[in-house]
Every structure is written in structure tokens, then in C-alpha cells.
Design a protein around this ligand. Structure first.
Ligand code: PLP
Length: 408
């Protein structure tokens, strides 16, 4: 008899985005002439940088000639891309990362979701609340939690991000083994200072724990004093894995390219306390289960590091940050407290009412879609997330409508 992995039965239905879609389509059916502006889901809207498109075309042409055709590439990614990443994203900022420590993949979602399988199922996990849902659900699937009770999975240490702690979770006052951190944060838009990140790294070192640092929104940081990578912090090489993505940096959500950095000095332990290289384990997993990102996609990603690619990429980011600025200013002017929107494309707004009520109010009175914070965890209740991914014209229109709706 074929049996299922019963841990899947503990999972809560992916309620958030399906419930949003349901409410939006019901409203649209009743108001067919109303133009709805979507500032909900975190997907980019602007076209790919020209430099990426040109590199993509050239690579496709190479695939059409026998002399330049390529089949399977290295599972870990082509060296031409790994070298550009190591020097452009890390060495240039004083972070000692070499190409061999970079694994190219088709998304940070897959990597942040898959990485847990190289660790024991009986480790103690610390996960922020609110949180990007993939970290939590993949651990539930693997059997690292108990049942879902009172809005939380048993056995997981939830690290609360609240207004009181500036949306930076406090360091746990008990030992944990695997810690998920995400900065700039989705959904709160909060960033972390170098000193605070150093405290996390020190905590991980003291506890022989490992930090999984999701930096998918790193390119939105304008404040030069903030660390862009955890490896800018002393000692992080031994206790941290970093995830990055071209999705938001260069508009690759539909192209799919990301990477994970696993330093060779990063160690984890077996039941006898014996050290093992996390790099070797991930390399084994990646080589066994993944066959590499396509050559044209990696060529397009490489172009992000060219002079034109850099200029076009930062133009994209500046465009979204201008939207974020406007949202933050307008929301603040309306008397709401918010975080994010400065070094992040997300604005986390304290609605002073139930998340879903605020969502419904914006949908029905303003025709604007946001994301109810409660969908990201218990600490998200009372908040909404507004995303800056849309055209400036639409954002302007959305904010004018919200102003009118809340005034009326
Ligand atoms: N990590 C965070 C925090 C995200 O918000 C997202 C996407 O929204 C991802 C990872 C996934 O990125 P990718 O498109 O590379 O899978």
C-alpha cells in the first residue's frame, strides 16, 4: 500500500494568496468596470535590462551552431558566472568568498526550501514571525514540527518581529540549531545593522548553530552603512549560508536564476559531535538532484555584472524605490506607522485594525490590492504589506485612491 508523508497533513492550506485571489475576483465580478491596482504579490513588473536580453540572444544563437552548442553544464553553475558573483558581490565588499563556494540555481525559493534536507530532522529551528512561508512549510514537510495549534506549529521556535523590537527578532535565550534570517526583510521591509548581525553570528558560533541568511532583496539597500552580505561580518564564514536571487535584483522572476553561498569553512556535526563540511553535503545534494541552470539564463545573469548591466539594474531598483518612497510618504501622511520602503520594496503598515478588514477596505473603497499581514504569521496580525512593484503611475493613482477612501 502506497503511503503518504503524513507530515504534509499538518500543513495549513496555502490560504493567503488563494484567499486574496478569491476576494479580488468576487469584487471584480461585482464591479466589472473598476480598474484594480495590485500592490500585493511581490512580483516585478518592469522589462529585463537590455544588457541581459542581448546576452540571452547571443547565447541562444550559440546553441543554434554545432561549434558553440552546449549540453549539460556543471551542476553548480558555469565558472564565468560564479567568478563574476564572487568578485562583484562579495570580494568587492571585503567578504572573502571564492567562486567554488557559490552554487547557481533556479531560485532562492527552491534553495531556501531544499537546504533543510541536509540537516537532521530532530534539530531545533528558529524562524521569524512574520515570515516568508517557504522556510516554515519545508520544515513542517520534513517532520521538524508537531501539529498546528493556536496558529503555530508545535516544536518550532518563533522569533517575533514586532514594533517593539524594530522588527528585528531578539536573539533566543535558549540554544537553537538552525536560524532563519531575512534582510532586507520580506514582509516587514526591516533591515539589520552590522553590529546587530554580528551579535547573531556570535550567538551562532557560541551554540555551534547555523544561520540561513536570505538576502534576496539586498540590491534595494541604499544605506551604505548596512551590511549587504552576512559575510561582511566577522566569523560569519563558519556559521552562515547566504541566499541571493536575480529575481528582484534584475527582474528575473520569470527567467529563474539565483545562487546560494556555502563557505568551505562552514561546519555541521554528526551525532558523535564530529565535524562535517556543509559545502560538501550541499555539493552532494545539488549534484544528485539538480542538473544546472540553462546556459542562456546564466549568460543573461552574467550580463548583470557588465558596466551596462549594472547601470540598467540599478535603474530598475531606483524605479521601484521611488514607488516605495511615495507609498511610505503617503501612508505616513495619512497617520499610519510603517516600516520598510527605504532599503526595501515592501512597506509594512500598522493598520490599527484586523489585517483582513484593512485589506477589504482598500479593495472595496480604493480598488487597491495589498497583502494582509496575518498571512505571514501571528505577529503580522494588524498589519498589511504594500509592495512597490508596479508602475509609478499606478502607484500614484493607488495612493490617491487610498487617501480618498480613508478620508471618506
Ligand atoms: N526569498 C524571499 C524572502 C522572497 O521574498 C522570495 C520571493 O519573493 C524568494 C526568496 C524567492 O526568490 P526566487 O524568485 O529566486 O525563487
Amino acid at each position: 500500500m502506497i503511503r503518504i508523508n503524513e507530515h504534509y497533513l499538518k500543513l495549513q492550506a496555502s490560504y493567503l494568496f488563494s484567499e486574496i485571489a478569491k476576494r479580488v475576483s468576487a469584487y471584480q465580478a461585482e464591479n466589472p468596470d473598476r480598474e484594480i491596482i495590485k500592490l500585493g504579490i511581490g512580483d516585478v513588473t518592469r522589462a529585463l535590462p537590455r544588457a541581459c536580453i542581448e546576452a540571452f540572444h547571443r547565447a541562444i544563437d550559440e546553441m543554434g551552431e554545432e561549434s558553440t552548442f552546449r549540453g549539460y553544464g556543471p551542476e553548480q553553475g558555469y565558472l564565468f558566472l560564479r567568478e563574476k558573483i564572487a568578485s562583484g558581490d562579495f570580494q568587492s565588499r571585503g567578504a572573502d568568498i571564492v567562486p567554488d563556494e557559490i552554487f547557481i540555481s533556479d531560485g532562492a525559493k527552491c534553495d531556501t526550501g531544499n537546504i533543510q534536507e541536509i540537516f537532521s530532522t530532530d534539530i531545533r529551528i528558529a524562524i521569524p514571525d512574520p515570515v516568508y512561508p517557504a522556510y516554515l512549510d519545508t520544515n513542517v514537510m520534513a517532520g521538524r514540527s508537531g501539529a498546528f495549534q493556536d496558529g503555530r506549529y508545535q516544536g518550532i521556535l518563533y522569533m517575533e518581529s514586532t514594533r517593539e523590537n524594530g522588527f528585528i527578532p531578539d536573539i533566543p535565550n535558549e540554544p537553537v540549531d538552525l536560524i532563519y534570517l531575512c534582510f532586507p526583510n520580506n514582509p516587514t521591509g526591516a533591515t539589520i545593522t552590522r553590529d546587530r548581525l554580528q551579535q547573531w553570528v556570535d550567538f551562532a558560533r557560541e551554540n555551534r548553530a547555523l544561520i540561513l541568511f536570505d538576502a534576496a532583496y539586498e540590491s534595494f539597500m541604499r544605506d551604505a552603512s548596512l551590511p549587504r552580505s552576512i559575510y561582511e561580518v566577522e566569523g560569519a564564514r563558519d556559521v552562515a549560508i547566504e541566499f541571493r536571487s536575480f529575481s528582484k535584483t534584475a527582474g528575473f522572476t520569470g527567467i529563474r536564476c539565483a545562487f546560494t553561498v556555502v563557505p568551505k569553512t562552514c561546519m555541521a556535526y554528526d551525532g558523535n559531535g564530529q565535524k562535517h563540511s556543509v559545502h560538501a553535503l550541499w555539493n552532494r545534494r545539488h549534484g544528485t538532484k539538480f542538473n544546472g541552470v540553462s546556459y542562456p539564463v546564466q549568460k543573461a545573469a552574467e550580463a548583470v555584472y557588465s558596466q551596462e548591466g549594472r547601470a540598467q539594474g540599478s535603474e530598475l531598483i531606483e524605479y521601484y524605490l521611488k514607488n516605495a518612497d511615495l507609498i511610505r510618504k503617503e501612508i505616513t501622511a495619512l497617520g499610519f506607522e510603517c516600516t520598510g520602503g527605504k532599503d526595501s520594496p515592501y512597506i509594512w503598515v500598522e493598520g490599527r485594525r484586523n489585517s483582513w478588514d484593512f485589506f477589504d477596505l482598500l479593495l472595496t473603497k480604493a480598488g487597491v490590492v495589498c497583502t494582509p499581514g496575518a498571512g505571514f504569521g501571528r505577529c503580522g496580525e494588524g498589519f498589511i504589506r504594500i509592495s512597490a512593484f508596479n508602475s509609478f503611475e499606478n502607484v500614484k493613482k493607488a495612493m490617491a485612491r487610498i487617501k480618498e477612501a480613508l478620508a471618506g
